[in-house]
Design a protein. Structure first.
Length: 142
């Protein structure tokens, strides 16, 4: 999952831990059109490298980019899902005018009892008995 949060003109004091500044703009959960279908396995296939494109036309300023891997190998047990976030600060230049739409709060956007994306029996997804929806809300167009 990839999120952006605007720091305004300076990320020096921005923490991103209050309000709803985090906008999910990219994700890969379980996609049977990919080989392999799980985002984490796809990441491994790419040598632990992930490429993401910052949305075109974004308003100039400083942003935090949060790339998060969700380990579901023990997600069939409550509190078994493992979240691995990493943030980098980026500076966007140019003459874009697009601001970020409303996002989610991190921490707070993930429910440990979310049976669609956090508390998941992987075998059911892989057997086609149910779908998988990554947590944190839908991907938003920026």
């Amino acid at each position: 999952m990839n999120y952006l949060a605007s720091c305004g003109t300076n990320c020096t004091t921005f923490k991103g831990d209050t309000g709803t500044p985090w906008v999910k703009f990219d994700q890969m959960g379980y996609d049977t059109s990919k080989s392999p279908p799980w985002g984490s396995d796809y990441l491994a296939k790419q040598g632990a490298s992930w490429t993401v494109t910052i949305p075109a036309g974004l308003k100039p300023g400083e942003y935090l980019l949060r790339h998060e891997i969700l380990g579901l190998h023990v997600a069939g047990t409550r509190m078994g899902a493992q979240f691995y976030p990493a943030c980098v600060q980026i500076k966007v230049g140019g003459d874009g005018v697009k601001g970020l739409p409303g996002g989610v709060g991190l921490p707070g956007a993930y429910d440990p009892d979310d049976k669609e994306g956090v508390l998941v029996q992987l075998w059911q997804v892989q057997a086609g008995q149910r779908g998988y929806t990554p947590p944190g809300g839908p991907v938003k167009t920026i």
